[in-house]
Design a binder for this molecule. Structure first.
Ligand SMILES: Cc1cc2nc3c(=O)[nH]c(=O)nc-3n(C[C@H](O)[C@H](O)[C@H](O)COP(=O)(O)OP(=O)(O)OC[C@H]3O[C@@H](n4cnc5c(N)ncnc54)[C@H](O)[C@@H]3O)c2cc1C
Length: 363
């Protein structure tokens, strides 16, 4: 079972044109049709999806107000300083922001015309996007009699309490955690596939939490822990340049990197991800953690991977230099190594390029 999840709706949300969630292409198309020129849109939820939507809409001139229930953005993925820098970025992009508030009333008869917040503030708007989280689609699993809590409970083989039924992706709850990221869904799928192919040694041990915000011109990502659980056993290595909005934080536990926040430059995302995921001992490397100075290749051609800033041109360059293996192409360019959602596009570019090469050779 891999039935995914749907957008969570607040209990008091009416069914009124102008109230949107953003899950599918259809949602986006309907939203686009609805908003007038110079629209004012309220985004509810300062998580990844809400902030990415807000920044994209600002880019095309839409007036944006963000309502966030708690006192800082990405409160689960960032520490307070990281959230502060993200706040400053969103303010610079021209967003109005209200923290510690929620929508209480929706105004409008045939379509939404405004909202009222719990604090009493009234905001006139053309549309609202609700991005307050997701609800796993576990109804079918429940009807089937499978054990469920927030998600469908699975063991380290991704088996439910009925061993012939597996659950993966956004519905799978493993040791109390639902992941909700593409990388976890892919890892889980691989374990199930391997098991069915006769490999009985593969077990799922959980996935690494990682988040990359996709905002044009602003780099931000976090992997693993964002704050030290305690000061005795964990150490922080931090570099901050507030004026340049640059922040790099590494959390170390027993000489191993267990978490990082990268703001202003995410070129080390892949390297740090490997260090964290593979629990590699740092020893001398520890000294280099803050001294990257790595040069990145500028994006060439149409942007394909927005996690690691890789364009179609960068991929083609690699392919013409002799790379014909999909995995190698991803690893050497960084494409598909973040959230993984661009992998089909990368594969297509590789296939097309190889096809052309063959045609050229035969002509
Ligand atoms: C707008 C958006 C942005 C995202 N951005 C990121 C990101 O940047 N990074 C990241 O890692 N992850 C991101 N995600 C999350 C990522 O897409 C999911 O974690 C991943 O797709 C999980 O896969 P899944 O198979 O569990 O669910 P899905 O990909 O949602 O697939 C579930 C499928 O099951 C179908 N289905 C549901 N019920 C039934 C049923 N009863 N019978 C048959 N079919 C059914 C659904 O229609 C759907 O097609 C994003 C998700 C969304 C919506």
């Amino acid at each position: 079972m891999a039935t995914g999840s749907r957008s969570t709706l607040p209990k008091n949300a009416p069914s009124l044109p102008g109230i949107f969630t953003m899950r599918s292409r259809t949602d986006a198309d309907n939203f686009k049709k609805h908003i007038p020129k110079n629209a004012h849109v309220v985004v509810v939820g300062g998580g990844l999806l809400g902030l990415e939507m807000a920044a994209s809409l600002r880019e095309i001139g839409v007036k944006i107000t963000i309502i966030h229930r708690v006192s800082r953005f990405l409160n689960r993925q960032l520490d307070p300083l990281g959230s502060q820098m993200l706040h400053e970025e969103m303010v610079d992009q021209g967003c109005d922001i209200y923290y510690n508030d929620e929508v209480q009333l929706y105004y409008g008869r045939s379509k939404l015309t405004g909202i009222e917040l719990k604090s009493g503030r009234r905001i006139n708007c053309d549309a609202i996007i609700l991005a307050i989280g997701t609800t796993p689609n576990i109804e079918l699993a429940k009807e089937t009699g499978l054990d469920c809590k927030r998600g469908v409970l699975v063991n380290e083989r991704l088996q439910t309490n009925d061993p012939s039924i597996y659950a993966i992706g956004e519905i799978a709850e493993f040791e109390g955690t639902l992941y909700g990221i593409t990388a976890a869904a892919e890892q889980q799928a691989e374990i199930v596939a391997k098991f069915h192919n006769g490999d009985i040694s593969s077990y799922y041990k959980g996935s690494l939490f990682m988040n990359i915000i996709k905002i044009h011109g602003f780099d931000l990502c976090s992997i693993g822990l964002s704050e030290c659980p305690d000061d005795q056993n964990y150490e922080e290595i931090v570099f901050i340049d507030k004026a340049k909005r640059y922040y790099k934080k590494c959390i170390i536990h027993q000489d191993r990197l267990v978490g990082t926040i990268l703001i202003g430059d995410k070129t080390e995302f892949l390297e740090f991800r490997e260090l964290i995921a593979n629990k590699i001992e740092l020893s001398d490397k520890r000294l280099q953690l803050l001294r990257s100075g790595k040069k990145t290749e500028p994006v060439s051609g149409k942007l394909v991977c927005s996690c690691n800033n890789v364009g179609a041109g960068n991929l083609l360059k690699k392919i013409t230099s002799g790379c014909s293996d999909f995995k190698e192409l991803c690893e050497s360019t960084g494409a598909g190594m973040g959230c993984g959602s661009c992998k089909p596009e990368v594969k297509l570019i590789l296939q097309e390029a190889l096809k052309e090469e063959v045609l050229e050779k035969t002509n």
